[in-house]
Design a protein around this ligand. Structure first.
Ligand code: NAP
Length: 528
């Protein structure tokens, strides 16, 4: 049941006087629940509990943490239809998407549980002592990754489950050994409270310390800023706008003790389509991309917002076909009236720039918060001259840039801001001539897709979901997949420690039977 209160550790609390409601974007009305913004006192209490919980939780075994994560997944499923209905009423997204995202959220939690059970993830390195080494004896040094401390996670508007309350950031931080304080997204505060109740239930069932998780609500940035500035908070996870991510990075950098902010921000995900690919299968590419641009009303961080090609006699037909096919796809409801407002304003701002032509736009009356798909085009020369054409238009929008030559296309790629993904659509026969394009694209993105679409991010160990700024604030890490756990740990070394005081991962007998780097060799062997 939704109460509208915050979870301050295991306890529901609503001491404040500032309230807000979520909106049902399909019906364009407010949802019935009122959410009480956390007070300064409640924020303080949540962080204090989190810090206390950290002192205990950081020493829990991987197996114990794995049971907790698996139980969270079970409890999310047990929320049943109430979760699905609340999700759809707060996001405008359809029921099928809600169920798919719930499955993905549970799978992510279970993937981290498996990682912890296996145990090798925290990078145990052992360099044994050599008393006879000349000119000085070599000490015994053993290194492991240890958790940073309490983590604040900002939920994402566009993934109310998989990148929100029990989403990838939360699952990875809890797996690393860090308690989480969730800043619920004000657009889906009810969904967040329900998922928080599942996490708290799982925490109580599996004997986790009070404060392992808190769910803080509020809108207007006050609560989020207070959390990031709190001295006991040691790291931040964020998915959202470039302006929001940059503001939080700056708050964190200006603290007396600066802390890392792992922000995943805007991306327009360039797609390079060669004239040969257009000639060979232009119609097919147009259909596929009309689908990808409009998928989920274009509200994915990997949405293909920029298509790049080189002029040929088939270019215009291809672009017109893409525009027609995109306009034929039924418009969908956006997440929130403000997201729709910004989509229209940002799309209009791009199409008002010099040299931009509208290829297609849904202009007939669509439901109030539905997204009118828009495809526009511009020359490579105009794109190079005008940075305003590089901005993300969050929604079903794509700008096609027609370059005069391969050299100009490479110049366009070199001038792009950092991106999550890049895509190349090309024919097998031209692969040997594509190396310069590939090299340029690799410099700007975190992942390159060949002959596919960027939408759809597989959750697996090899995935990189991040990229040069502003795609993410730290391109050395991924926000998706089990390796995202590395954002929440720091390396720590023990020197000449008695075996009994070492964590199990570093003990001579290797009781966890994990793979370790011992004197330069990867092995599960014990040390004699
Ligand atoms: P947002 O405005 O960046 O807000 C996300 C979260 O960050 C909210 O909880 C917000 O708090 C908090 N926040 C933002 N700025 C802050 C600041 N200066 N200080 C403290 N907290 C701050 O993103 P959004 O509401 O999800 O969506 C807005 C736009 O972001 C979208 O229209 C889209 O353009 C972009 N977006 C992009 C992606 C992507 O993957 N590329 C994903 C989501 C959104 P409050 O709730 O208190 O305001």
């Amino acid at each position: 049941m939704i109460t509208g209160k915050n979870y301050i550790g295991n306890k529901l609390s609503g001491k404040g006087t500032i309230t807000h409601r979520t909106i049902n974007p399909k019906l364009n009305i407010e949802n019935p629940y009122e959410f009480v913004q956390a007070t300064e006192e409640e924020v303080e209490e949540a962080v204090a509990l989190s810090e206390k919980a950290f002192q205990e939780y950081k020493n829990y075994s991987g197996k114990k943490k794995a049971i907790f994560l698996n139980t969270i997944a079970d409890e999310i499923l047990a929320l049943g239809d109430e979760l699905i209905q609340t999700y759809t009423s707060e996001s405008g997204l359809p029921e099928g998407r809600a169920m798919g995202e719930r499955g993905r959220t549970m799978n992510q939690l279970r993937a981290f549980a498996n990682l912890l059970e296996e145990g090798t993830w925290n990078n145990s390195v052992i360099d044994t002592a050599d008393a006879s080494r000349e000119p000085a004896p070599k000490p015994d040094i053993r290194r492991i990754n240890i958790p940073l401390g309490p983590v604040v996670v900002f939920a994402a508007s566009n993934f109310p489950l998989a990148f929100s309350t029990a989403g990838g950031d939360t699952a990875s931080a809890l797996a690393a050994g860090c308690p989480v304080i969730m800043k619920a997204h004000s657009m889906h505060a009810g969904t967040s409270e329900l998922v928080a109740s599942a996490i708290i239930k799982a925490a109580e069932k599996t004997g986790m310390p009070n404060g392992i998780f808190s769910n803080i609500t509020g809108s207007g940035r006050v609560v989020g800023a207070a959390l990031v500035k709190h001295p006991k908070v040691k790291a931040v996870g964020f998915t959202g706008s470039i302006s929001g991510g940059k503001a939080l990075c700056s708050l964190a950098a200006n603290r007396e003790e600066p802390i890392p902010v792992f922000a995943e921000m805007g991306s327009i995900n360039p797609v390079i389509i060669t004239p040969e690919a257009i000639a060979a299968r232009g119609e097919n590419i147009a259909s596929t991309y009309a689908g990808s641009i409009t998928l989920g009303a274009g509200q994915f961080c990997t949405n293909p917002g920029l298509l790049l090609t080189i002029k040929s006699d088939k270019t215009d037909d291809f672009i017109n076909d893409l525009g027609k096919k995109a306009a034929e796809i039924e418009s969908q409801c956006m997440l929130h009236p403000n997201i729709k407002r910004d989509f229209v304003a940002n799309g209009n701002s791009v199409s008002a720039q010099a040299g931009v032509e509208v290829v297609s736009e849904i202009i007939e009356a669509v439901a109030e918060n539905n997204a009118p798909t828009k495809i526009v085009k511009v020359s490579g020369e105009q794109f190079l001259e005008n940075n305003k054409l590089h901005q993300e238009v969050f929604g079903p929008f794509s700008l096609v840039v027609v370059c005069d030559s391969k050299e100009e296309l490479i110049e366009v790629v070199n001038g792009l801001e950092g991106q999550l993904t890049g895509t190349i659509l090309a024919e097998e026969s031209e692969l040997s001539t594509m190396n310069d394009v590939l090299q340029a694209l690799q410099n700007r993105v975190g992942r390159i897709i060949f002959n596919g679409v960027p939408t759809g991010v597989e959750v697996c160990a090899a995935m990189t979901h991040g990229g040069p700024f502003p795609a993410s604030s730290d391109s050395r890490f991924t926000a998706v997949g089990v390796n995202s756990i590395n954002r929440w740990v720091r390396p720590f070394s023990y020197q000449d420690f008695p075996d009994s005081l070492l964590p199990d991962e570093l003990k001579n007998s290797n009781p966890l039977q994990i793979l370790r780097l011992v004197d330069g060799s990867l092995t599960k062997d014990k040390i004699n």
